[in-house]
Design a protein around this ligand. Structure first.
Ligand SMILES: [Zn+2]
Length: 368
């Protein structure tokens, strides 16, 4: 049976912890990583209602976007919102885990799900925060096993350059080795110098996948002792950042676009700041509270920013600066990623766990 640790590894392969903002207390919130898991529950907030729902349904692991300890806790009053949530989780041996800003930033996360939902084209990052760190892997493989080793390392995530996978360079040459007493050589004999026709296979590996790629390489390689080199690269890998910006298929008025966003998010109403008649072609998105990215949106040529939790000053100033703001609700912008996370976990665990999205109403706002 899988444990919480196994499921968390799948989530973190999708949303690496290295992408989280500094000081964002992502990760295990309550419970234990060795908890056996048959049922996973997904929600936005680790609220008392969600935790009670997950416990009632017999879930073993609850994965949320927001944390229980975003603000440090100085006392555990089990009559308070967080105290009730934590006590209920512990009483039911429910492990609670949070993927927050790493899920916002990652490729395919909160913001990419929204970009797809709003039909954006030529999507790029709104605010670049880091680049993937890369390593070069060089391995020497006998001719007979070159395809097998290449497939293994590329299958584990090495060899990606932009939209190309399986990028390797292969140089034929001759390897030599002399097996010592106690060795069990794949080629040649103990005590004799062996010359082997080998291929030098080289490729790039994202730093966070190094261990996985090396394990796959060692599994596929026939030698008892595999000769390989691993070195850091100055070349930058994929960019990572918060928010997305992209183009609409055709120009729409702000009023039309706001209504389209409302429909796509399943809201009864939506509010926006800006002239409803103004035409838009370029849209910026920040899932969650993103009013402070208005300047970045303008700098990237966006005419509208779709985000949540904006205050009077943010919307009024953006309007003056020529940026419209569509202010959806925080929950409406962040709930859609839960379906994506569900697919990621189902695929990554090859269906060994059940995954359900909470049915608790997570949007506290109502329009009268
Ligand atoms: Zn949020």
């Amino acid at each position: 049976m899988l444990t919480a640790r196994d499921v968390i590894a799948v989530v973190e392969a999708f949303a690496p912890t290295s992408l989280a903002f500094p000081d964002d207390p992502i990760g295990l919130q309550v419970g234990r990583a060795d908890k056996p898991v048959a049922k996973v529950w997904l929600a936005l907030d680790p609220s008392p209602a969600v935790i009670a729902e997950a416990a009632q349904a017999g879930a073993d692991l609850l994965i949320t976007h927001h944390e229980l300890f975003y603000q440090p806790l100085k006392r555990l009053d089990t009559q308070s919102w967080r105290g009730r949530a934590i006590a209920t989780a512990i009483q039911n041996d429910l492990t609670v885990y949070a993927a927050h800003t790493n899920l916002d930033v990652t490729e395919g996360g909160v913001n990419d799900v929204l970009a797809e939902l709003f039909g954006l084209r030529n999507v790029e990052i709104l605010d670049r925060l880091s680049n993937e760190r890369l390593r070069k892997l060089v391995v020497f493989v006998p001719l007979s096993h070159a395809d097998r080793v290449r497939d293994a390392i590329c299958g584990a995530g090495a060899g990606f350059i932009g939209r190309y996978s399986h990028c390797t360079f292969n140089t034929p040459g001759q390897g030599t080795f002399l097996a010592q007493d106690g060795a069990n050589p794949f080629l040649g004999q103990v005590g004799e110098l062996t010359r082997a026709d080998e291929i030098r296979v080289e490729t790039v590996v994202p730093e966070q996948l190094t261990e996985r790629v090396i394990c796959a390489m060692l599994d596929a390689h026939p030698y008892e002792e595999v000769a390989y080199d691993l070195y850091p690269l100055e070349v930058m890998g994929r960019p990572f950042g918060i928010g997305r910006v992209g183009d609409l298929d055709s120009a729409r008025s702000l009023g039309e676009f706001a209504d389209f966003v409302r429909q796509q998010l399943g809201l009864s109403h939506i509010r926006f700041g800006g002239d409803p008649a103004v035409n838009l072609t370029r849209v910026a998105i920040v899932g969650g509270s993103g009013g402070r990215w208005a300047d970045k949106a303008l700098a990237k040529g966006a005419q509208v920013l779709v985000t949540a939790d904006c205050d009077h000053h943010q919307v009024a100033e953006a309007w003056e600066d020529g940026l419209a703001i569509v202010d959806a609700t925080h929950a409406a912008l962040e709930r859609p990623v839960l379906q994506k996370l569900r697919e990621v976990i189902e695929q990554g665990t090859t269906g060994q766990v059940d995954v359900d999205v909470s049915a608790v109403r997570e949007d506290p706002f109502t329009w009268a």
